[in-house]
Design a protein around this ligand. Structure first.
Ligand code: ADE
Length: 455
Protein backbone atom coordinates (compact mmCIF):
# COMPACT_ATOMS: atom_id res chain seq x y z
CA UNK A 1 0.00 0.00 0.00
CA UNK A 2 1.13 3.52 -0.80
CA UNK A 3 0.28 6.35 1.58
CA UNK A 4 0.88 10.04 0.77
CA UNK A 5 0.50 12.68 3.46
CA UNK A 6 0.25 16.30 2.34
CA UNK A 7 0.55 19.05 4.95
CA UNK A 8 2.15 22.40 5.71
CA UNK A 9 3.68 20.70 8.80
CA UNK A 10 5.40 17.59 7.42
CA UNK A 11 7.41 17.24 10.65
CA UNK A 12 4.26 16.00 12.37
CA UNK A 13 4.74 12.69 10.61
CA UNK A 14 8.11 11.82 12.17
CA UNK A 15 6.08 9.56 14.47
CA UNK A 16 5.56 7.21 11.53
CA UNK A 17 9.18 6.08 11.81
CA UNK A 18 8.47 4.60 15.25
CA UNK A 19 7.25 1.28 16.55
CA UNK A 20 5.06 -0.98 14.41
CA UNK A 21 4.59 1.69 11.75
CA UNK A 22 8.36 2.00 11.35
CA UNK A 23 8.69 -1.77 11.09
CA UNK A 24 5.88 -2.01 8.54
CA UNK A 25 7.67 0.56 6.42
CA UNK A 26 11.03 -1.19 6.75
CA UNK A 27 9.45 -4.51 5.82
CA UNK A 28 8.04 -2.91 2.66
CA UNK A 29 4.43 -3.56 3.68
CA UNK A 30 3.64 0.08 3.29
CA UNK A 31 5.32 2.88 1.36
CA UNK A 32 4.77 6.24 3.08
CA UNK A 33 5.63 9.58 1.49
CA UNK A 34 5.31 12.92 3.26
CA UNK A 35 4.90 16.12 1.22
CA UNK A 36 5.12 19.80 2.13
CA UNK A 37 2.11 21.52 0.55
CA UNK A 38 4.15 24.72 0.12
CA UNK A 39 6.14 22.96 -2.60
CA UNK A 40 3.15 23.66 -4.86
CA UNK A 41 2.86 27.39 -4.06
CA UNK A 42 3.89 29.88 -6.73
CA UNK A 43 4.31 33.19 -4.88
CA UNK A 44 7.21 34.63 -2.96
CA UNK A 45 5.45 34.17 0.38
CA UNK A 46 4.49 30.57 -0.40
CA UNK A 47 0.87 31.37 0.43
CA UNK A 48 -1.54 28.47 0.96
CA UNK A 49 -4.65 30.30 2.29
CA UNK A 50 -6.87 33.32 1.86
CA UNK A 51 -9.90 35.03 3.42
CA UNK A 52 -13.27 33.30 3.12
CA UNK A 53 -15.82 34.42 0.54
CA UNK A 54 -18.93 35.58 2.36
CA UNK A 55 -16.89 36.77 5.29
CA UNK A 56 -16.29 35.20 8.65
CA UNK A 57 -13.36 34.39 10.90
CA UNK A 58 -10.24 32.51 9.89
CA UNK A 59 -8.63 31.60 6.60
CA UNK A 60 -9.49 28.99 3.99
CA UNK A 61 -6.91 26.92 2.08
CA UNK A 62 -6.73 27.75 -1.61
CA UNK A 63 -7.97 25.22 -4.16
CA UNK A 64 -5.34 26.09 -6.77
CA UNK A 65 -2.44 25.11 -4.49
CA UNK A 66 -4.17 21.91 -3.36
CA UNK A 67 -5.13 21.07 -6.96
CA UNK A 68 -1.52 21.19 -8.15
CA UNK A 69 -0.40 19.10 -5.18
CA UNK A 70 -3.09 16.45 -5.47
CA UNK A 71 -2.84 16.13 -9.26
CA UNK A 72 0.80 15.21 -8.85
CA UNK A 73 0.46 12.96 -5.80
CA UNK A 74 -2.57 11.09 -7.17
CA UNK A 75 -0.64 10.47 -10.36
CA UNK A 76 2.10 8.52 -8.56
CA UNK A 77 2.71 5.31 -10.50
CA UNK A 78 1.49 2.17 -8.72
CA UNK A 79 1.98 -1.48 -9.58
CA UNK A 80 -1.03 -2.93 -11.42
CA UNK A 81 -3.61 -3.72 -8.75
CA UNK A 82 -4.16 -7.29 -9.89
CA UNK A 83 -3.28 -9.65 -12.68
CA UNK A 84 -6.20 -8.50 -14.81
CA UNK A 85 -4.65 -5.03 -14.68
CA UNK A 86 -7.66 -3.42 -12.95
CA UNK A 87 -7.05 0.27 -12.28
CA UNK A 88 -5.54 0.90 -8.85
CA UNK A 89 -7.87 1.98 -6.06
CA UNK A 90 -6.83 5.49 -5.04
CA UNK A 91 -8.56 7.14 -2.07
CA UNK A 92 -8.39 10.82 -1.17
CA UNK A 93 -8.97 11.15 2.59
CA UNK A 94 -9.58 14.60 4.06
CA UNK A 95 -9.67 14.93 7.85
CA UNK A 96 -12.20 17.50 9.04
CA UNK A 97 -14.31 17.96 12.15
CA UNK A 98 -17.27 18.15 9.73
CA UNK A 99 -16.56 14.68 8.31
CA UNK A 100 -18.19 11.29 8.76
CA UNK A 101 -16.96 9.47 11.87
CA UNK A 102 -13.92 7.28 11.24
CA UNK A 103 -14.83 3.73 12.24
CA UNK A 104 -13.14 0.36 12.42
CA UNK A 105 -15.31 -0.70 9.42
CA UNK A 106 -13.84 2.18 7.39
CA UNK A 107 -10.31 1.25 8.44
CA UNK A 108 -10.96 -2.35 7.41
CA UNK A 109 -12.35 -1.20 4.07
CA UNK A 110 -9.34 1.05 3.44
CA UNK A 111 -6.95 -1.91 3.79
CA UNK A 112 -8.14 -2.73 0.25
CA UNK A 113 -6.88 0.57 -1.21
CA UNK A 114 -3.73 0.71 -3.34
CA UNK A 115 -3.10 4.34 -2.44
CA UNK A 116 -4.42 6.60 0.30
CA UNK A 117 -3.69 10.31 -0.02
CA UNK A 118 -4.41 12.30 3.14
CA UNK A 119 -4.87 16.05 2.54
CA UNK A 120 -4.36 17.81 5.86
CA UNK A 121 -6.12 21.14 6.13
CA UNK A 122 -5.36 23.91 8.61
CA UNK A 123 -7.27 27.02 9.58
CA UNK A 124 -10.95 26.88 8.56
CA UNK A 125 -10.31 23.97 6.19
CA UNK A 126 -9.85 23.51 2.45
CA UNK A 127 -11.94 25.22 -0.24
CA UNK A 128 -14.92 22.90 -0.84
CA UNK A 129 -14.26 22.72 -4.58
CA UNK A 130 -11.18 20.55 -4.00
CA UNK A 131 -13.08 17.47 -2.76
CA UNK A 132 -15.94 18.25 -5.19
CA UNK A 133 -13.48 18.23 -8.08
CA UNK A 134 -11.77 14.94 -7.25
CA UNK A 135 -15.10 13.26 -6.52
CA UNK A 136 -16.34 14.39 -9.95
CA UNK A 137 -13.19 12.87 -11.47
CA UNK A 138 -14.29 9.52 -10.01
CA UNK A 139 -11.78 9.38 -7.22
CA UNK A 140 -12.96 7.86 -3.99
CA UNK A 141 -13.07 10.81 -1.59
CA UNK A 142 -13.75 10.51 2.13
CA UNK A 143 -14.03 13.47 4.47
CA UNK A 144 -13.70 11.97 7.94
CA UNK A 145 -13.65 13.05 11.58
CA UNK A 146 -11.88 11.29 14.44
CA UNK A 147 -14.29 12.56 17.09
CA UNK A 148 -16.64 15.28 18.20
CA UNK A 149 -14.04 17.90 19.05
CA UNK A 150 -12.06 20.40 17.01
CA UNK A 151 -8.33 20.12 16.33
CA UNK A 152 -6.11 22.82 14.89
CA UNK A 153 -5.51 20.85 11.73
CA UNK A 154 -5.78 17.44 10.12
CA UNK A 155 -2.29 16.09 10.91
CA UNK A 156 -3.17 14.23 14.11
CA UNK A 157 -6.29 12.82 12.45
CA UNK A 158 -4.12 11.69 9.52
CA UNK A 159 -1.83 9.80 11.92
CA UNK A 160 -4.87 8.18 13.45
CA UNK A 161 -6.18 7.00 10.09
CA UNK A 162 -2.80 5.67 8.99
CA UNK A 163 -2.25 3.73 12.22
CA UNK A 164 -5.81 2.31 12.22
CA UNK A 165 -5.40 1.03 8.65
CA UNK A 166 -1.78 -0.10 8.58
CA UNK A 167 -2.00 -2.24 11.72
CA UNK A 168 -4.69 -4.28 9.93
CA UNK A 169 -2.42 -5.10 6.96
CA UNK A 170 -1.21 -8.69 6.90
CA UNK A 171 2.08 -9.09 8.71
CA UNK A 172 2.07 -5.81 10.66
CA UNK A 173 0.76 -6.97 14.04
CA UNK A 174 2.69 -10.03 15.26
CA UNK A 175 -0.30 -11.95 16.62
CA UNK A 176 -3.28 -11.66 14.25
CA UNK A 177 -5.62 -12.84 17.06
CA UNK A 178 -5.06 -9.60 18.92
CA UNK A 179 -6.55 -7.71 15.96
CA UNK A 180 -9.61 -9.98 15.94
CA UNK A 181 -10.44 -9.84 19.66
CA UNK A 182 -10.22 -6.13 20.24
CA UNK A 183 -12.86 -3.47 20.72
CA UNK A 184 -14.91 -2.55 17.63
CA UNK A 185 -14.12 -5.83 15.91
CA UNK A 186 -16.85 -7.89 14.26
CA UNK A 187 -18.79 -8.68 17.42
CA UNK A 188 -19.61 -5.04 18.02
CA UNK A 189 -18.71 -4.92 21.73
CA UNK A 190 -15.98 -3.07 23.59
CA UNK A 191 -13.06 -5.18 24.72
CA UNK A 192 -13.02 -6.72 28.21
CA UNK A 193 -10.57 -5.37 30.81
CA UNK A 194 -7.06 -6.89 30.87
CA UNK A 195 -4.76 -7.77 33.82
CA UNK A 196 -1.14 -8.85 34.21
CA UNK A 197 1.41 -9.42 36.98
CA UNK A 198 1.64 -8.77 39.86
CA UNK A 199 -1.44 -10.65 41.06
CA UNK A 200 -1.95 -8.25 43.91
CA UNK A 201 -1.20 -4.53 43.50
CA UNK A 202 -1.94 -1.83 46.07
CA UNK A 203 -4.55 -4.07 47.65
CA UNK A 204 -6.29 -4.73 44.32
CA UNK A 205 -6.50 -8.38 43.23
CA UNK A 206 -6.69 -9.85 39.76
CA UNK A 207 -10.21 -11.37 39.36
CA UNK A 208 -10.00 -14.99 40.57
CA UNK A 209 -11.58 -16.47 37.45
CA UNK A 210 -8.55 -15.36 35.38
CA UNK A 211 -6.32 -17.51 37.58
CA UNK A 212 -8.61 -20.56 37.37
CA UNK A 213 -7.12 -22.04 34.20
CA UNK A 214 -10.70 -22.82 33.12
CA UNK A 215 -10.79 -21.40 29.61
CA UNK A 216 -14.54 -21.72 29.20
CA UNK A 217 -15.17 -19.77 32.41
CA UNK A 218 -12.57 -17.17 31.45
CA UNK A 219 -14.18 -16.72 28.03
CA UNK A 220 -17.65 -16.38 29.58
CA UNK A 221 -16.38 -13.89 32.17
CA UNK A 222 -14.68 -11.80 29.51
CA UNK A 223 -17.80 -11.70 27.38
CA UNK A 224 -19.85 -10.59 30.39
CA UNK A 225 -17.35 -7.79 31.12
CA UNK A 226 -17.50 -6.72 27.44
CA UNK A 227 -21.28 -6.53 27.65
CA UNK A 228 -21.20 -4.52 30.87
CA UNK A 229 -18.56 -2.12 29.55
CA UNK A 230 -20.45 -1.57 26.32
CA UNK A 231 -23.71 -0.99 28.23
CA UNK A 232 -22.07 1.56 30.52
CA UNK A 233 -19.79 3.35 28.09
CA UNK A 234 -21.25 2.93 24.62
CA UNK A 235 -24.92 1.99 24.81
CA UNK A 236 -25.30 3.31 21.25
CA UNK A 237 -23.31 0.27 20.08
CA UNK A 238 -26.05 -2.02 21.40
CA UNK A 239 -28.37 -0.68 18.69
CA UNK A 240 -26.14 -2.21 16.08
CA UNK A 241 -25.97 -5.68 17.66
CA UNK A 242 -27.92 -8.55 16.18
CA UNK A 243 -30.44 -9.25 18.98
CA UNK A 244 -30.49 -12.91 17.94
CA UNK A 245 -26.83 -13.11 18.87
CA UNK A 246 -27.70 -12.34 22.50
CA UNK A 247 -28.85 -15.26 24.62
CA UNK A 248 -30.87 -14.93 27.81
CA UNK A 249 -27.73 -14.76 29.96
CA UNK A 250 -26.36 -11.90 27.82
CA UNK A 251 -29.65 -10.03 28.18
CA UNK A 252 -29.58 -10.48 31.94
CA UNK A 253 -26.04 -9.11 32.11
CA UNK A 254 -27.03 -6.10 30.01
CA UNK A 255 -30.15 -5.49 32.12
CA UNK A 256 -27.96 -5.63 35.23
CA UNK A 257 -25.92 -2.85 33.61
CA UNK A 258 -29.11 -0.88 32.98
CA UNK A 259 -29.65 -1.65 29.30
CA UNK A 260 -32.43 -3.70 27.75
CA UNK A 261 -32.38 -4.67 24.08
CA UNK A 262 -35.66 -6.64 23.96
CA UNK A 263 -38.57 -6.16 23.39
CA UNK A 264 -37.09 -2.74 22.60
CA UNK A 265 -34.01 -0.78 23.56
CA UNK A 266 -34.59 0.83 26.93
CA UNK A 267 -32.67 1.97 29.96
CA UNK A 268 -33.74 0.62 33.31
CA UNK A 269 -32.86 1.31 36.92
CA UNK A 270 -33.00 -1.15 39.81
CA UNK A 271 -33.18 0.39 43.28
CA UNK A 272 -34.68 -0.07 46.74
CA UNK A 273 -38.31 0.95 47.06
CA UNK A 274 -38.98 4.09 49.07
CA UNK A 275 -41.47 4.14 51.97
CA UNK A 276 -43.91 6.23 49.93
CA UNK A 277 -44.08 3.69 47.11
CA UNK A 278 -46.34 1.09 48.75
CA UNK A 279 -49.26 1.85 46.42
CA UNK A 280 -47.14 1.48 43.28
CA UNK A 281 -45.72 -1.84 44.53
CA UNK A 282 -49.19 -3.14 45.43
CA UNK A 283 -50.53 -2.28 41.96
CA UNK A 284 -47.63 -4.08 40.30
CA UNK A 285 -47.94 -7.05 42.67
CA UNK A 286 -51.66 -7.43 41.94
CA UNK A 287 -51.01 -7.18 38.21
CA UNK A 288 -48.21 -9.74 38.07
CA UNK A 289 -49.32 -12.37 40.62
CA UNK A 290 -51.98 -14.15 38.48
CA UNK A 291 -49.43 -15.20 35.82
CA UNK A 292 -47.54 -17.25 38.45
CA UNK A 293 -50.65 -19.23 39.46
CA UNK A 294 -51.51 -22.61 37.98
CA UNK A 295 -54.31 -22.39 35.36
CA UNK A 296 -56.70 -24.61 37.33
CA UNK A 297 -56.72 -22.24 40.34
CA UNK A 298 -60.13 -20.56 40.62
CA UNK A 299 -60.12 -16.88 39.80
CA UNK A 300 -61.77 -16.11 43.10
CA UNK A 301 -58.93 -17.75 45.02
CA UNK A 302 -56.38 -15.62 43.17
CA UNK A 303 -58.38 -12.47 43.85
CA UNK A 304 -58.79 -13.35 47.53
CA UNK A 305 -55.04 -13.84 47.85
CA UNK A 306 -54.38 -10.48 46.24
CA UNK A 307 -56.85 -8.60 48.44
CA UNK A 308 -55.41 -10.19 51.59
CA UNK A 309 -51.69 -10.14 50.87
CA UNK A 310 -50.81 -7.74 48.10
CA UNK A 311 -52.35 -4.54 49.38
CA UNK A 312 -50.93 -1.09 49.86
CA UNK A 313 -51.21 -1.58 53.65
CA UNK A 314 -49.17 -4.79 53.56
CA UNK A 315 -46.42 -3.21 51.50
CA UNK A 316 -46.48 -0.06 53.62
CA UNK A 317 -45.79 -2.22 56.67
CA UNK A 318 -42.91 -3.98 54.92
CA UNK A 319 -41.40 -0.72 53.77
CA UNK A 320 -41.58 0.64 57.31
CA UNK A 321 -39.01 -1.99 58.40
CA UNK A 322 -36.19 -1.75 55.85
CA UNK A 323 -33.74 -3.64 58.09
CA UNK A 324 -35.72 -6.86 57.69
CA UNK A 325 -37.68 -6.29 54.51
CA UNK A 326 -35.97 -5.50 51.26
CA UNK A 327 -38.07 -4.47 48.29
CA UNK A 328 -36.27 -3.78 45.04
CA UNK A 329 -38.00 -2.05 42.17
CA UNK A 330 -37.20 -1.83 38.45
CA UNK A 331 -38.22 1.29 36.58
CA UNK A 332 -37.66 2.34 33.05
CA UNK A 333 -35.02 5.03 33.32
CA UNK A 334 -37.12 7.81 31.82
CA UNK A 335 -37.87 11.21 33.33
CA UNK A 336 -41.12 10.90 35.25
CA UNK A 337 -41.37 7.08 35.08
CA UNK A 338 -43.20 6.31 38.33
CA UNK A 339 -44.76 2.91 37.59
CA UNK A 340 -42.37 0.08 38.38
CA UNK A 341 -42.16 -2.82 35.89
CA UNK A 342 -40.72 -5.43 38.24
CA UNK A 343 -39.99 -6.06 41.91
CA UNK A 344 -38.56 -8.47 44.45
CA UNK A 345 -39.35 -8.76 48.12
CA UNK A 346 -36.79 -10.49 50.35
CA UNK A 347 -37.27 -10.96 54.11
CA UNK A 348 -33.95 -11.10 55.94
CA UNK A 349 -35.70 -11.58 59.31
CA UNK A 350 -38.66 -10.23 61.26
CA UNK A 351 -42.35 -11.06 60.90
CA UNK A 352 -42.09 -12.09 57.23
CA UNK A 353 -38.96 -14.23 57.63
CA UNK A 354 -38.80 -17.76 56.24
CA UNK A 355 -41.41 -19.97 57.99
CA UNK A 356 -39.64 -22.37 60.39
CA UNK A 357 -41.36 -25.39 58.83
CA UNK A 358 -39.25 -24.76 55.71
CA UNK A 359 -36.04 -25.62 57.59
CA UNK A 360 -34.37 -28.86 56.36
CA UNK A 361 -31.26 -29.55 58.41
CA UNK A 362 -28.17 -29.71 56.20
CA UNK A 363 -30.08 -28.13 53.31
CA UNK A 364 -32.10 -25.17 54.51
CA UNK A 365 -30.88 -23.59 57.72
CA UNK A 366 -32.71 -21.37 60.18
CA UNK A 367 -32.09 -17.78 59.32
CA UNK A 368 -32.01 -18.16 55.57
CA UNK A 369 -33.19 -15.08 53.71
CA UNK A 370 -36.62 -15.64 52.19
CA UNK A 371 -37.16 -14.44 48.64
CA UNK A 372 -40.90 -14.10 48.84
CA UNK A 373 -41.51 -12.38 45.52
CA UNK A 374 -39.81 -11.88 42.17
CA UNK A 375 -42.09 -10.56 39.45
CA UNK A 376 -41.73 -8.67 36.17
CA UNK A 377 -44.52 -7.35 33.94
CA UNK A 378 -45.38 -9.67 31.07
CA UNK A 379 -44.59 -6.96 28.51
CA UNK A 380 -40.95 -7.30 29.51
CA UNK A 381 -40.68 -11.08 29.19
CA UNK A 382 -37.38 -12.16 27.67
CA UNK A 383 -35.77 -8.80 28.43
CA UNK A 384 -33.32 -10.14 31.04
CA UNK A 385 -34.81 -7.86 33.68
CA UNK A 386 -36.00 -10.71 35.92
CA UNK A 387 -32.53 -12.27 36.01
CA UNK A 388 -30.86 -8.94 36.70
CA UNK A 389 -33.36 -8.21 39.46
CA UNK A 390 -32.89 -11.64 41.05
CA UNK A 391 -29.10 -11.27 41.03
CA UNK A 392 -29.41 -7.80 42.55
CA UNK A 393 -31.68 -9.19 45.29
CA UNK A 394 -29.18 -11.95 46.10
CA UNK A 395 -26.33 -9.43 46.08
CA UNK A 396 -28.35 -7.23 48.43
CA UNK A 397 -28.73 -10.15 50.88
CA UNK A 398 -25.00 -10.88 50.57
CA UNK A 399 -24.08 -7.27 51.26
CA UNK A 400 -26.21 -7.17 54.41
CA UNK A 401 -24.20 -10.15 55.69
CA UNK A 402 -26.95 -11.57 57.93
CA UNK A 403 -27.93 -14.64 55.93
CA UNK A 404 -25.92 -17.38 54.24
CA UNK A 405 -28.73 -18.75 52.07
CA UNK A 406 -31.63 -17.50 49.98
CA UNK A 407 -34.77 -19.68 49.92
CA UNK A 408 -37.89 -19.46 47.79
CA UNK A 409 -40.94 -21.47 46.79
CA UNK A 410 -42.58 -21.64 43.37
CA UNK A 411 -45.50 -23.71 42.09
CA UNK A 412 -44.50 -27.24 41.01
CA UNK A 413 -46.29 -26.67 37.69
CA UNK A 414 -44.37 -23.48 36.89
CA UNK A 415 -41.58 -25.07 34.88
CA UNK A 416 -40.50 -21.76 33.42
CA UNK A 417 -39.88 -20.24 36.85
CA UNK A 418 -38.13 -23.38 38.13
CA UNK A 419 -35.76 -23.42 35.14
CA UNK A 420 -35.10 -19.72 35.68
CA UNK A 421 -34.13 -20.18 39.34
CA UNK A 422 -31.99 -23.23 38.57
CA UNK A 423 -30.11 -21.27 35.94
CA UNK A 424 -29.35 -18.77 38.69
CA UNK A 425 -27.80 -21.34 40.98
CA UNK A 426 -30.87 -22.36 43.01
CA UNK A 427 -31.37 -26.05 43.78
CA UNK A 428 -34.67 -27.80 44.43
CA UNK A 429 -34.41 -29.28 47.94
CA UNK A 430 -37.98 -29.92 49.11
CA UNK A 431 -41.65 -29.09 48.68
CA UNK A 432 -44.21 -27.15 50.68
CA UNK A 433 -47.88 -26.38 50.71
CA UNK A 434 -48.80 -22.86 49.70
CA UNK A 435 -52.34 -21.62 50.23
CA UNK A 436 -53.86 -19.24 47.72
CA UNK A 437 -57.30 -17.96 48.69
CA UNK A 438 -58.05 -21.10 50.69
CA UNK A 439 -56.84 -23.48 47.94
CA UNK A 440 -53.83 -25.64 48.77
CA UNK A 441 -51.06 -25.59 46.15
CA UNK A 442 -47.79 -27.47 46.03
CA UNK A 443 -44.53 -25.52 45.68
CA UNK A 444 -41.00 -26.62 44.91
CA UNK A 445 -38.65 -25.13 47.49
CA UNK A 446 -35.33 -23.95 46.10
CA UNK A 447 -32.23 -22.70 47.87
CA UNK A 448 -29.05 -20.90 46.86
CA UNK A 449 -26.03 -20.61 49.10
CA UNK A 450 -24.34 -17.26 49.29
CA UNK A 451 -20.69 -17.86 48.60
CA UNK A 452 -17.80 -16.11 50.28
CA UNK A 453 -16.93 -14.18 47.10
CA UNK A 454 -20.44 -12.83 46.86
CA UNK A 455 -20.16 -11.46 50.36
N1 ADE B 1 -9.69 18.62 11.97
C1 ADE B 1 -10.11 19.38 13.01
N2 ADE B 1 -10.79 18.66 13.88
C2 ADE B 1 -10.84 17.38 13.38
C3 ADE B 1 -11.44 16.18 13.83
N3 ADE B 1 -12.15 16.11 14.95
N4 ADE B 1 -11.30 15.08 13.07
C4 ADE B 1 -10.61 15.14 11.92
N5 ADE B 1 -10.03 16.24 11.47
C5 ADE B 1 -10.14 17.36 12.18
Amino acid sequence: MRIDLVSIFPDYFAALDLSLMGKAREAGLVDVAVHDLRKWTEDRHRTVDDTPYGGGAGMVMRPDVWGRALDEVLDHPLPAADEGGAPPRRVLAVPTAAGVPLTQRMAEDLTGADQIVVACGRYEGIDQRVTDHYRSREYEVVEYSIGDYVLNGGEVAALVLVEAVVRLLDGVVGNPASVVEESHSAEGLLEHPAYTKPRSWRGLEVPGVLLSGNHRRIQDWRRDRSLVRTAHRRPDMLDRLDPNGLDVHDREILAGAGQVVRPRRARIRIRLARPDEAAAVATLAARTFPAACPPHLPRQAVEDFISENLTEEVFAQLLAEPRDNRILLVHEDLPGATEPIGYTFTALGGAHAMPTEMVRPGKIEMGAAYLSKCYVDEDWRGSGIAGALLERAVADVATRGRNSQVVLGTNVGNGRAIRFYRRHGFKVVSRRKFIVGGVVNLDEVLVRNITATQR
